[in-house]
Design a protein around this ligand. Structure first.
Ligand SMILES: [Zn+2]
Length: 236
């Protein structure tokens, strides 16, 4: 194998293993794409039908934004069109992480919205996480139907399927996927308690979300911090 893209491939393998370690994927489900540094028209993508335990850098395909394999011994994920179309339309997106964690799959089945219930969630996603309409696997629908929910947001549930998380780089995309899984667990626990789900005040959401937005190249500076004040409505 050419060593030209070795660093990028190794990084994808390292994060694929992290997805498995955090139980954000099962068996061969889920996938990652990462833009090749200095070559924004190329993506390093996890292969189709490969157990994460056995993944090696050589298994990571290098593809162009039309899905053509440029280098690699394994075919890229069957969900490649979702990755290439998002990267084509969104030049600021540097990496995509697609997960099948239990909590996000529960939300994806229910078609629910994850409200801004935690500061860390807003910092990782930019606001509420919506469920996108059902899209047929291995079609352009997967990118088309998630586009609206990802417009100003780091993640969306894909109906009857899982989660897609985007970021300026792989660190951000992985962080978002991981935080959303945890926040879904918290949200579903609150629902089971039968109490009202409390949300952060909108002013706080707007401020924290501006830090999420700032990760992307060319984004404005984060908003100045609001004047700290008590929020009486949130005291039990
Ligand atoms: Zn999937």
């Amino acid at each position: 194998m050419s060593t030209k893209w070795l660093d990028t491939r190794q990084k994808v393998v390292a994060y694929a293993r992290k997805l498995q370690a955090e139980r954000l994927v099962y068996s061969t489900a889920g996938n990652i794409s990462l833009r090749v540094p200095g070559e924004p028209g190329l993506l390093a993508v996890t292969p189709t039908s490969t157990q994460y335990d056995f993944l090696e850098p050589e298994d990571i395909a290098i593809i162009d934004l039309d899905g053509n394999v440029v280098d690699g011994r394994r075919a890229p994920t069957s969900e490649t069109p979702m990755h290439t179309l998002i990267c084509k339309r969104r030049p600021e997106v540097g990496a995509i992480v697609h997960t099948h964690g239990k909590a996000v799959m529960t939300m994806a089945n229910l078609g629910w919205t994850l409200p801004p219930i935690l500061t860390g969630l807003v910092e990782a996603t930019g606001g509420p996480v919506y469920t996108s309409p059902y899209s047929q696997p291995e079609t352009d629908q997967m990118a088309d139907f998630t586009a609206e929910a990802l417009e100003d947001r780091g993640a969306t549930f894909m109906r009857f399927h899982g989660l897609i998380a985007i970021g300026a780089d792989l660190e951000h995309a992985f962080h978002t996927a991981s935080v959303v899984e945890g926040a879904c667990e918290v949200f579903l626990t609150i629902k089971q308690l039968g109490v009202d789900v409390e949300e952060l005040p909108q002013e706080q959401v707007d401020w924290i979300a501006s830090y999420w937005r700032a990760q992307f190249p060319g984004a404005p500076e984060p908003l100045p911090a609001p004047e700290p004040k008590p929020y009486p409505g949130l005291v039990r």
